[in-house]
Design a protein around this ligand. Sequence first.
Ligand code: ADP
Ligand code: SF4
Length: 690
Amino acid sequence: MDPRYDILFTPMKIGPVTTKNRFYQVPHCNGMGHRWPQAMAEMRAMKAEGGWGVICTEECEIHPTSDLSGLALMRIWDDSDLPTHELMVRKVKEHGALAGIQLNHNGSSVANYMSRMPPIAPSSIPTESQRSVQARELTKNEIKTVRGWYRDAAIRAKRAGYDIIYVYAAHGEMTLPMQFMSPRFNHRNDEYGGSLENRVRFTRELLEDIKDAVGDTCAVVIRFNVDENLGAEGMRADGEAREIVKLLADLPDLWDVNIADWSNDSMPSRFGSEGGQEDYIKFVKQVTDKPVVGVGRFTSPDTMVSQIRRGVLDLIGAARPSIADPFLPRKIQEGREDDIRECIGCNMCTTSDTLAYPMRCTQNPTMGEEWRKGWHPEIIPAAASQDKVLVVGAGPAGLECALALSNRKYDVVLSDANDTLGGRVLQETRLPALSEWKRVIDYRTHQLISRANVETFVSSSLSAEDILSFEIPRIVIATGAKWRLDGVGRENRSPVSISGDASIVSPEEILNGRKLSGRVLVYDDDQYYLASAMAQKLCEDGCDVTFVTPATNVSQWSENTLEQFKIQQALMAGGANVMCNKVLTSIDAAKVALECAYLGTETITEADFVIPVTSRTPNDALYFDLLKSEEQFGDLGIKSVEKIGDCNAPGTIALAVYAGHQYARQLDAPSDQLHGFKRENYFGREQESS
Ligand code: ADP
Ligand code: SF4
């Protein structure tokens, strides 16, 4: 290990417990939680194996009045929830990590869909989860009862074996303690409302109660958002937050500090870079003598060391970097920092929370598959044959496929028609908004460069004839997809009317550097990131941009990646004319006809160029050309021809990477394991799915 990084591996006392190093996996959701407990526990254990000193749960509901049903988080309502916790704690501790639990009552932010209990809050205010539903105001006696719930949950958590117990008072409206502290939610005029000291009372009592109950053996931690990015309306690092840290200074054993809301905390790389919270959180260590942990999508050990040396943080907190690379600490410790699979800040991982499915990660295809498929991020079974593999296309699918096959010790030939590896990622990351996503290529090409068992050819466009002549037994076609120009997408299921003199520009032309000027209409029926990132760039280039979508807002699906609001804000601030709920119907020379998605009424708008971002056609001609010679495969020694990634089914970059990895894992696998994954049903029995 580089001695400069020694400090990252020095132990630190947190109240009555000691972490072996400074790598601290802060609480983060994962879409598995109590719903898929074995998958969740194995995922956490993998990070402990990878060297993280502290591993925390996601938020954990303490009572049925804090019922996040519909989502899959943790739960500690009563003793029947303990087996899930005991499993996770045991697995994490097997690797020498401390286990932390983030206790929470969500107060007014939940609608209690399953328990059907009225939500509770400091005051009678609307809930965040369900429209037309309000939380009821807690009486003083009831506040005592809620304190008891926290205390009981903490005692249970101690019994489950946790070392670190959180009072979660962050992410703005998501937590009851924050609702008490914030005048936006707390309109009380008793000793729990009004003055700052009164508003902090509930949080102070929780910390005191829990310390009293379990503080002899467990560290008691507060997670606190020092700024809500709401200006004068919200908590501010240069306002009340500083006073709150002063008021509670040495009461908790550790301060875990961040900013709110969640979209600011898990800042997408499109809007913020590594260490972006420093200016907000740096005051905390000046106010408390207790250790401080914070996040900032840290992947560079130099930045981590600098945070500690400059007195910003004591412990390096991470959610996303630990998802993209569960073995990040071990790689630094072994002097292999160049092998770190750096998070790209795309927030595909956060979709697991909003859509309640097991977590996935663009960079780490094994994420969420540790238990279900038995995938380890650093270990892959050795090759089961001597077969050579030809991978055609070096986009995310082909690159990951080649890398994982190489890790299995297969001999691989990787070939791409372009003069540079990377496929669509190379193109898309030319957009300034997406530049950090290039790490998908950088990580893989860096790994591949040193591989003796991988031959790479660029500027090599292969035909079926070429491929058949190679007589390589395994053929993988990963030739991607191209954007359609005829308007077919989610809304228009058949081509729109386009006159011969219309100026249609493909997304690829823009991504490959074509410059436009004048009036440009971007039609987005893809509804994720690309159209808006392109429109943002065109605005910056000085074009007069109209952004049209049939959806109710810009880049609608990016609500799940916490980007939607920021994307629409940036586009509007950049001068784009945003038109939602409009379906493209025809394009003439300079006129574009749009139809209201609700009423069908027509609007005509003018544009010199139209860029349709609607859907893609797989580049599968090569695959089908090969199949024409299927009968000769045996004679040519060809055992299989498969298509993967966008060439098979156009999708996200995450899906392409996953497809590449999946191919490599299943090559020569026994047929009963193909595509198989274990399931957890309600009675905890495992089933094989086919
Ligand atoms: P995916 O997302 O599935 O990985 P991409 O579109 O990113 O797909 O990448 C596909 C890659 O395949 C591109 O880099 C393209 O240059 C390459 N490609 C397409 N057709 C051929 C071919 N016939 N021979 C070699 N490379 C090809
Ligand atoms: Fe990072 Fe994207 Fe992976 Fe999340 S999904 S950990 S943001 S690379």
